[in-house]
Design a binder for this molecule. Structure first.
Ligand SMILES: *[C@@H]1O[C@H](CO)[C@@H](O)[C@H](O)[C@H]1NC(C)=O
Ligand SMILES: *[C@@H]1O[C@H](CO)[C@@H](O)[C@H](O)[C@H]1NC(C)=O
Ligand SMILES: *[C@@H]1O[C@H](CO)[C@@H](O)[C@H](O)[C@H]1NC(C)=O
Ligand SMILES: *[C@@H]1O[C@H](CO)[C@@H](O)[C@H](O)[C@H]1NC(C)=O
Ligand SMILES: *[C@@H]1O[C@H](CO)[C@@H](O)[C@H](O)[C@H]1NC(C)=O
Ligand SMILES: *[C@@H]1O[C@H](CO)[C@@H](O)[C@H](O)[C@H]1NC(C)=O
Ligand SMILES: *[C@@H]1O[C@H](CO)[C@@H](O)[C@H](O)[C@H]1NC(C)=O
Ligand SMILES: *[C@@H]1O[C@H](CO)[C@@H](O)[C@H](O)[C@H]1NC(C)=O
Ligand SMILES: *[C@@H]1O[C@H](CO)[C@@H](O)[C@H](O)[C@H]1NC(C)=O
Length: 372
């Protein structure tokens, strides 16, 4: 009887949660769009790479809403993608600005630059836009961006594998390598006539990464490597525990091997142990000092987006609980109830001012919860 009651309760909770969540996330989307700047193609207050992540959450929401037979977001999203396609490169501070804005948006260099992680975020953003629209133009751009990473970034002094963070070819860090893995693995599942090419790059990256030293004794991932190529002990940011999960899930889909899922589960569980509070709310270490400026405001959402991919491939009550708890707490405790803006600390209270980075990051959790 207890079991039956529990089942009924959780079924009710899920049913009630689902319809409420899609309504809430749509409200959050309208708020996000109050920052979208049609002239810059990104969201006011966002840096270039944050823009790629706000763009990605719009694409992910368009897809999630479709599963609820709601295509209104996809219509808006399609217009956002088309506009950002045209004007977005004018906001890329990495490239020379052209007067008149005559960029060739299909040329990968319009989106990348000396910071290779920026290249990586935009490649994943356009893959997400491709997933939502099935427009091949976006997938081809992502392929071009991956080609540039192979040419410009691959082959570090650390074992002659992996990619550098930027064109100085000095720092070898986790995020750029995780992005490289994730892009290759995503392309392997989408570029059917060249799947084996992308699988081999994803495998090469993962084999290098797994033994690079970035994964520490607790199975969490530090920021990067020292000059002599050992773990540098710098902050285990939430996004460093996230992007790798999506990469491994996609690689397992393209070239099944249980060890990829096992590794993803090990990292995800270690990350939750490190980052979640006793109510299963994820925090960034910088929150306690109040100083996440300007990049770390984005990270937690990236973790949630990728934890969802793992939950879909390898369901686990813990992951579902973390995603649900974060989404519910954000809406209940971390929201300005007049503007629906979402702020930095997902446990609350709302910290003013919120901005397009804190808001889009929190939206990632709301979007992930739509699937649960
Ligand atoms: C969406 O529409 C399809 C076809 O009309 C229907 O079978 C399905 O149950 C609907 N799903 C939801 C979540 O409403
Ligand atoms: C694909 O995207 C490009 C760039 O936004 C646009 O010009 C083109 O019309 C789109 N194609 C389709 C079939 O919608
Ligand atoms: C892409 O842009 C770069 C830099 O402006 C240029 O060197 C390159 O020739 C362009 N590639 C193509 C295919 O047009
Ligand atoms: C696969 O992609 C690579 C890199 O873009 C290219 O060199 C190669 O020719 C492609 N192979 C096929 C079969 O299209
Ligand atoms: C691993 O966890 C233990 C126990 O919490 C801690 O003392 C140690 O510093 C951690 N190691 C790393 C590399 O984070
Ligand atoms: C699965 O991946 C592991 C780790 O990369 C590797 O050692 C093993 O050979 C792979 N198994 C197969 C069947 O390819
Ligand atoms: C966004 O808000 C957070 C938290 O208030 C702050 O730390 C961050 O610097 C802001 N971001 C930008 C780009 O102003
Ligand atoms: C924020 O990220 C950008 C892009 O990667 C980088 O250029 C900048 O140095 C970062 N800022 C800080 C304070 O870490
Ligand atoms: C809205 O937020 C304010 C400030 O946190 C709070 O005092 C008020 O009760 C809230 N109103 C509603 C309807 O939740």
């Amino acid at each position: 009887m207890i079991l039956k009651a529990a089942l009924v309760n959780s079924a009710l909770l899920l049913a009630a949660g689902s319809s409420a969540q899609i309504t809430n996330v749509k409200q959050a989307f309208y708020t996000l769009q109050s920052w979208y700047n049609p002239g810059s193609g990104i969201w006011d207050g966002d840096g270039w790479w944050n823009g790629a992540n706000a763009f990605t959450v719009v694409a992910e929401l368009a897809l999630a809403a479709q599963t609820k037979n709601d295509s209104s977001i996809l219509q808006s999203a399609t217009n956002i993608f088309a506009n950002t396609w045209i004007v977005g490169p004018s906001s890329n501070g990495n490239i020379p600005q052209q007067s008149g804005g005559n960029y060739d948006s299909s040329n990968a260099t319009a989106w990348g630059g000396p910071a290779y992680d920026d290249n990586g975020w935009w490649a994943l953003a356009w893959i997400a836009a491709y997933d939502a629209t099935k427009n091949d133009t976006y997938l081809q751009l992502a392929q071009g961006m991956f080609d540039d990473l192979v040419t410009d970034a691959w082959g570090t002094r650390c074992g002659n594998g992996g990619v550098y963070w930027n064109s100085d070819h000095s720092y070898v860090n986790a995020i750029t390598n995780e992005l490289f893995l994730s892009i290759a693995a995503h392309l392997a599942n989408r570029v059917s006539d060249n799947s084996s090419y992308y699988i081999s790059w994803a495998e090469k990256e993962w084999n290098w990464f797994a033994t690079s030293g970035m994964i520490n004794e607790n199975n969490t991932i530090n920021d990067g490597l020292t000059d002599p190529c050992t773990n540098n002990g710098q902050t285990a940011w939430s996004y460093n525990q996230g992007v790798v999960l999506g990469g491994l899930v996609e690689l397992n889909k393209a070239s099944p091997n249980q060890s990829y899922i096992d590794s993803a589960n090990t990292i995800a569980q270690a990350a939750i142990k490190l980052l979640a509070d006793s109510n299963n709310i994820i925090h960034e270490t910088c929150e306690s000092s109040g100083d996440c400026f300007p990049n770390a405001t984005q990270f937690k959402g990236i973790f949630m987006r990728n934890l969802l991919l793992l939950q879909q491939a390898s369901p686990n009550d813990l992951y579902a609980k973390v995603i649900q708890s974060c989404a519910q707490s954000i809406w209940a405790n971390d929201r300005d109830n007049t503007t629906n803006q979402l702020s930095i600390n997902w446990a609350g209270p709302f910290v003013s001012p919120a901005n397009s980075s804190t808001h889009s990051s929190a939206m990632d959790a709301l979007v992930a919860a739509i699937y649960l």
